[in-house]
Ligand binder design. Sequence first.
Ligand SMILES: [Mg+2]
Length: 176
Amino acid sequence: MRKKYIPDFLFSRAIDVPVSFYLEHNIKAVFSDLDNTLAAYHEPLPSQEVKDYVAALKEQGIDFYIASNNRGKRVNEYSKALGVECASMLFKPFALFFKRFIKSRGLSPIQCAMVGDQTVTDVAAGNKAGCLTILVEHLSEEKPIWTKINSSRDDRYRKKIMADKLSVDLRSGGKK
Ligand SMILES: [Mg+2]
């Protein structure tokens, strides 16, 4: 398995990453995947829990962006309801968007984090862009057909990351 698929940290859900964790790592901007990371595929709008979480980040000066491979309509509606900027149809693992965006905001990649539920898209894009990467568990088992190929590779990589303790696993108190 290539290094680009290995996240720095493992958490259960995106909203379980404490605001203090980002502060400790000097993170100014968090890019988050949408589907199965913040919401299940069938959920069109953000939950109150997600809204509260993003508000808590903003309060500490941390910007939150949705970075999704899904189509504009779904991503725009969800992001608008959450009150955050978004980018859709990103074709992650391509990282060009992230590199350009980070530069345009005058940030350094190490001040940015990418969180998502897929090694082959989210983690790979974040690593390529030089961000801190966080892999979370899939919010639900529901997976559209077009994600099938990526998802079987992702399952294999995920198992290897867990078995070989390749990332810092903060789901169970930081054991590596
Ligand atoms: Mg996803």
